[in-house]
Design a protein around this ligand. Structure first.
Ligand code: NAP
Length: 247
């Protein structure tokens, strides 16, 4: 076993689901690396909260859509410095609009961050984990990847692509003892959903059998399970964290 610190990398760990995953994985004993793109103060706050609980964390500015930046980050900050055991491909964004009116940049940006950005990190992590002959990769998809969602052609295509990527990576990496799974959250109460109208939120709520929106901690619990020893024989799966909602 490596002498380097056992590390979990959570992209987009400054807020929302990524922040909850970072806190949870730190409690499980990982050194946690988080990335952010626009909110350094929130990323630092996540690290401070982890330290206050006795954990260890560091924050890095990294646009996951920038392939060169991702490659240098892995080369300079991860390779030979830490033992990368877990990657949580969480960073993501939405830019909604009906497909007939969708601008090329609206399509490109959402695909580039949610799908290509996750691929960029997965590819680099896989190279290191293959050398280590162990690892856990967890991709955050969405319930809408399977159902579709009017106004989100770009986002649903990216999140569905992430499921295909998960299944293929699971097959390619299994011989090296690396598992790859996706988590598909339903409606989770974060900044991403905060801007939706009350009417739309009420409509979603009526579709959720557990009769409440999910919390970032609900998703983090599933991520921690997939990273745990108990999930060692689970790979290529998509786990819904959706309160029973199937849109
Ligand atoms: P959020 O609160 O909006 O947080 C998004 C996170 O991603 C932030 O940490 C943000 O960093 C980071 N980020 C955005 N663009 C980035 C980039 N180019 N490079 C690196 N980091 C970037 O979102 P959330 O609700 O927690 O969602 C987290 C994941 O869950 C996303 O993949 C989302 O699609 C998925 N999801 C969410 C829901 C939901 O209901 N909330 C449902 C299904 C799936 P900064 O803080 O620096 O901007």
């Amino acid at each position: 076993m490596s002498e380097l610190p056992k590390t979990a990398l959570v992209t987009g760990g400054s807020r929302g689901i990524g922040r909850a995953c970072a806190l949870r994985l730190a409690r499980e004993g990982y050194l946690v690396y988080i990335t952010y793109v626009s909110r350094p103060e929130l990323a630092e706050q996540t690290c401070t909260e982890i330290s206050a609980e006795g954990g260890l964390a560091r924050a890095f500015a990294l646009d996951i859509g920038d392939r060169e930046a991702v490659n240098s980050f892995f080369q300079n900050e991860i390779k030979d410095k830490v033992f990368l055991q877990v990657l949580v491909n969480n960073a993501g964004l939405t830019w909604d609009g009906l497909l007939v009116r969708m601008k090329p940049e609206q399509w490109d940006q959402v695909i580039n961050i949610n799908l290509s950005g996750s691929f960029n990190c997965l590819q680099q992590a896989a190279k290191l984990m293959m050398r280590n002959r162990s690892g856990r990769i967890i991709n955050i998809s969405s319930v809408t990847a399977q159902s579709g969602n009017a106004g989100q052609a770009n986002y649903t295509a990216a999140k569905a692509g992430l499921i295909g990527l998960t299944r293929t990576a699971a097959q390619e990496l299994a011989p090296r003892n690396i598992t790859v799974n996706a988590v598909a959250p339903g409606f989770i109460d974060t900044d991403m959903t905060a801007g939706l109208s009350e009417e739309l939120k009420e409509r979603f709520l009526q579709m959720i059998p557990l009769q409440r929106f999910g919390t970032p901690e609900d998703v983090a619990g599933c991520v921690a399970f997939l990273a745990s020893e108990g999930a060692g024989y689970i790979t290529g799966q998509v786990l819904g964290v959706n309160g029973g909602m199937h849109m």
